[in-house]
Structure formats: C-alpha cells, structure tokens
Ligand binder design. Structure first.
Ligand SMILES: [Zn+2]
Length: 303
C-alpha cells in the first residue's frame, strides 16, 4: 500500500512540474508576443512621424534646399519619408531612385496655403533701416514739439511686409524686429547667413530743408538681378498717393556688399509734411507692404 502511495505521489509531483513548466512557457510566450507587437507599433509610429504629405499644388518641390534649385514635377499629393534636413528644408524620398526637397515651414504650417505662388518656399530678408540710438531722419511738427523718427516707420512697414510675405508661404528673416541698433555689415551678414533669396532694405528719404522733396525711389547697386528686382517692386508703387520716382542707382553698403538680389526703398520723405501725412497712416504702410510683396512675387516668377 505504501509502495502504491509513493508511486502516486511521485507521479503527482511530476505532473505538477510539467504544469509549472507549461505555465512558465506560456507566460514567456505571451510576454514575447506582446513585446513584438509593441515594437511593431512603436516602429510604425516612428516611421509615420518621419513621413509627411507633400502637395505639388501648394508647395515647391525642388532638387535642393531652396527655390533656386531645379523644380521637380510630381503629379499628385503623396506621403513621403523625411531623410534629412538642411536650411529649414526637408529632404524627402520620392521613390527608390529619387529624392527631393520641400520647405519645412510649409509642411509644419497649421494653415496650409490655399494656392501656389512664387513666394512659397522663398526666404526674404527684410531690413528695417536704423534703430536704437540711430533714429534716422526726423520730422518735427509745426510747433517743433513732436518729433517723429524714420526708424519707427521703417519697422512698422517691415512688420506689415513680413506678415504678408509669411501669409504667401515665404520665410522671413528680419535684421531687427524691435527698436535696437544693428550695424550695416551685421545686416548683410544676417541675410547672407539665412541664404535669403532677396534682401529688402526699408528707409524714408529726407531733404536738407523740410518740405523740399517728395515721392518714392527704389534703389539698386548691382545691375542684373538687383536692378530687375528694383524694377519689379517699383512698378507696383504706382497705386500710392505719393509720386513714384522709379528706380535709381544707389551706393548704399547694405545693397552694395551683398551677393543676393538687394534693393533699398525710400518710401516717401519723412521731413515733408505731405509725405509724412501718408507715412504715418496704417493704410499707406499696408499698401506699401502689399506693393513690395507683389513686386517680389513678380520678380521670383521670372528669375
Ligand atoms: Zn534711412
């Protein structure tokens, strides 16, 4: 009897052991599968995060990181993998053999462009003249008490221009965005470092004695691209309440010592009552900004 009991006990212990092994194996199986599923989910999420939708209808697709590179034609919107980044442009994989570049700020924008224009993908440097201790030209009212400074209005127009350019899909680089002094060479350096496609310096004119001069002049230094840009922008100024004096050669450092298409616009005389009456108005500032935006867009369409 004792013998039978021992055999039974032994068998029972063996069965328990097998059950234990079975339980351990099935537990590790479940853990293993869960791990694989989790890895697949994470990997998919990671790949998806690195992919973006590119739309040829609203964004430039180029062979390099900038609008000056060759345009690559694709027929419809597609999802592509990001494989690199340079100068705020993403390099994306179109297929096994071909890569392209798209502006990252348009990809990441919460308000996608409704329609394409030539400013989409462009980098525009805006240079509000003067600032800080350098107030530029000044206007004093008749009593001589109130003093208005050029630096205030160049910045006001610059900010309106920046807003309009951004709404068209351009990236804006400002040489200053508040009332502070920036050296002339520093302004050029900021634009060059940003690999800007155009440089727009904003100023107001002044005459030795007040009320002597009037009108708008667009200056270029370099013939070729800068002169062409000046012509395109100046052409738009004809709708303004001040005389458009056209384009002229101007030996100013910020448009001379640059390698990119650069112009300097003097949008009225700050010490002429008639001109200043316009310059201080928001409607005038907006129209000047709109004209410059249009002019740059025309220039980029044909360069
Ligand atoms: Zn000035």
């Amino acid at each position: 009897m004792l013998f039978i009991y021992k055999i039974f006990k032994l068998l029972n212990e063996k069965t328990l052991e097998v059950e234990c092994i079975k339980q351990v194996v099935s537990k590790s199986f479940i853990v293993g599968i869960s791990f694989i599923v989790l890895a697949i989910i994470l990997l998919t999420a990671l790949i998806y995060q690195r992919t973006v939708a590119i739309d040829p209808a609203t964004m430039p697709i180029q062979s390099g990181p900038g609008i000056s590179y060759r345009h690559i034609r694709i027929t419809k919107r597609k999802r592509v993998l990001i494989t690199g980044e340079q100068r705020n442009w993403y390099r994306v994989r179109l297929n096994d053999h071909e890569s392209a570049w798209v502006p990252s700020w348009l990809i990441n924008s919460k308000t996608p462009l409704k329609k394409s224009n030539h400013l989409a993908g462009a980098i525009i440097a805006i240079d509000p003249g003067h600032g800080g201790s350098d107030s530029g030209a000044e206007y004093k009212n008749n009593s001589g008490q109130a003093k208005y400074m050029e630096k205030t209005y160049t910045l006001a127009i610059a900010k309106r221009l920046a807003k309009q350019l951004q709404a068209s899909g351009a990236q804006v680089v400002m040489t200053r965005s508040k009332d502070r002094a920036v050296g002339l060479r520093e302004r050029v350096r900021i634009a060059e470092n940003a690999h800007a496609d155009c440089f727009i310096s904003l100023h107001l004119n002044s005459s030795p004695d007040k009320n002597e001069g009037s009108g708008i002049t667009s200056y270029y230094y370099h013939r070729g691209r800068s002169k062409k840009l000046a012509r395109n922008v100046s052409h738009q100024f004809s709708n303004l309440p001040l005389t458009n004096r056209g384009i002229d050669f101007g030996d100013f450092l910020v448009i001379r010592d640059t390698s990119l298409p650069s112009i300097l616009c003097e949008t009225g005389y700050v010490n002429t009552h008639k001109d200043f009456h316009q310059i201080k108005k928001a409607t005038f500032q907006k129209r000047v900004a709109l004209d410059i935006r249009k002019g740059i867009n025309h220039y980029l369409a044909n360069y």
